[in-house]
Write a protein that binds this ligand. Sequence first.
Ligand code: LLP
Length: 392
Amino acid sequence: MGQGLKTPVFPIDMLQGQHTPFYYYDLDLLHRTLDEISRMTAGAPITVHYAVKANGNPRIMKEISSRGFGADLVSGGEVAAAIKAGFKPSEMTFSGVGKTDWEIRLGLEHEIGCFNVESVQELEIINEIAAGMGKTASIAIRVNPDIDAHTHKYITTGTADNKFGIGIEVLHDVVNLASSLPHIHLKGLHFHIGSQITEMKPYAMLCDTVNRLLDEYDREGIHFETINMGGGLGIDYDNPDECPMPDFEQFFNLFKQGLNLRNNQRLHFELGRSIVGGCGTLISRVVYVKESRNKKFVILDAGMTDLIRPALYGAHHQIQNLTSSQEEMATYDIVGPVCESSDVFASDCRLPVTRRGDMIAIRSAGAYGESMASTYNMRSLPGSVFSTPANG
Ligand code: LLP
């Protein structure tokens, strides 16, 4: 997968002066990624909403909003942050199984483009709150298509056993209910089958399901303005330099060719990881190198509080020593300082001989890195440092 693009060079001198740990964002790569998406969607009835949950850093959000992308949001906090970052409310979608009343009100106040509704009860509550405010809520029904995206069990979302969406077997009833509620404008259908999806097959299966549903609703005379295929496109964590962004051409072509869209129907996507994953690197310093009977540990000043993906999902991120001048290699476990045995970034990792003070890069951390950081152990949140964009 992916596209061979130029290898990023870390501006070591600039990074050396910063307090570690911090996220370093390559804005040039972010802009090249946005360019590529714009190129692949130009002239087609497609809107890409950036899934803010992947990275809510205000600068990153601003760079994306300034390029005309929409925003996919999952909390009132994200709605407020997206407005501040300059995303247009009409280009916002609001997903999530547990939207609270104040969050629904906030979305209605700003007249956001679409609520992605996940249950009958939520639909009724949105109708009730909208009535109280004298408004009409535009909504899409999130359908659970029962498709296994073959990804990590914590990030697969489209099977019947997940908490997400409305079962396809009751969809007709919910569509009828939504059409009958006076303060609801039923705009479309929404699907999202999971995250870090690297095979195209689940998406092809999803296209088949959507085509079948569109045929059925045609027969009933129901037209949807929007079909939202969600996000989930994966990145290549093993080869961040060779494949800094996924193959968007393959991805978008699959939908352009596989979906039988009707006239005046727009296709929505909610991409997070594939937009920002490659451009972020967690930079930290080696505090100590410690040898036990069987192992050598590199102990970093970054821990699972800065990047939880390895501890939570067993995720692999490529690790590099940016400053070692040693030719000799050694095998290390790369760990953080947090008082948890799961605070491990990698086991048996081959690095040039590493010393206290060396600068370590943990790659492909732009998505679900900074946004999932915590202050456990009363640690500070990681900082952020930006390259100067070449074309931004
Ligand atoms: N739309 C909905 C409804 C979602 O739930 C998600 C992600 C997205 C879009 C964006 O998916 P993406 O394009 O980023 O794959 N923390 C996990 C990933 C959780 C994904 C949650 N939902 C990780 O670090 O791998």
